[in-house]
Write a protein that binds this ligand. Structure first.
Ligand code: COA
Length: 162
């Protein structure tokens, strides 16, 4: 049986100038500095809704939140959310090591530029922190995400076992 392969992709942040452009009616936020549990729960809901398409499975909220907050690379200011009214429609959770751990946009909010804006918000935050590049891992069959990452000038640096 074929092994799941994962691409490690990287965006060089030198000369990072592109600001996120949020679609009309969409407002950015983060979980920082003091995470609001309800907002975290809504962000997790988007992760759950999108995760199977990314080839993974999301742990239940309680487990996810507990593990996340205990991680030494966790920073609530690096959990980016896109709000439409009271709803979270997209989220990107990053580690302090300049790594995008999870990205998901609710299925009904796709192809409006939310994923791109979330990624650019993360890139700008890491550039402001002095990071040279941002990395992530993506399953190589996840063509939608890879198309997004290529459009953001991310390049594959290695191919690893999933
Ligand atoms: C990948 C994902 C985050 C993209 O979010 P999105 O908000 O729909 O993406 P955007 O609207 O910002 O797309 C920006 C560009 O990325 C590319 N893109 C995004 N989705 C695509 C798709 N399904 N097919 C082809 N290209 C796509 C396009 O170039 C697009 O620009 P365009 O709409 O002008 O053609 C979303 O599909 C998702 O949540 N997928 C499930 C979870 C997942 O796979 N996460 C990534 C794990 S590594």
């Amino acid at each position: 049986m074929a092994q799941n392969q994962v691409l490690r992709m990287r965006r060089d942040l030198s000369g990072m100038t592109e600001a996120p452009r949020w679609p009309d009616g969409v407002v950015p936020a983060t979980l920082g500095p003091r995470p609001d549990k309800q907002l975290a729960q809504a962000a997790h809901g988007v992760l759950e809704a999108g995760f199977w398409e990314g080839g993974g499975g999301a742990p239940i909220f309680r487990q996810w939140w507990k593990t996340l907050r205990r991680d030494e690379e966790f920073d609530p200011a690096l959990v980016f959310v896109a709000m439409e009214g009271a709803d979270v429609i997209g989220m990107a959770q990053c580690w302090t090591s300049a790594f995008v751990k999870d990205l998901a946009v609710h299925p009904r909010a796709r192809r409006r530029g939310v994923g791109r804006a979330l990624m650019l918000a993360a890139f700008n935050a890491f550039a402001a922190r002095g990071a040279r590049h941002v990395d992530l891992r993506v399953r190589e069959e996840n063509t939608a995400a890879i198309a997004l990452y290529h459009s953001l000038r991310m390049q594959t640096v290695s191919r690893e076992r999933g």
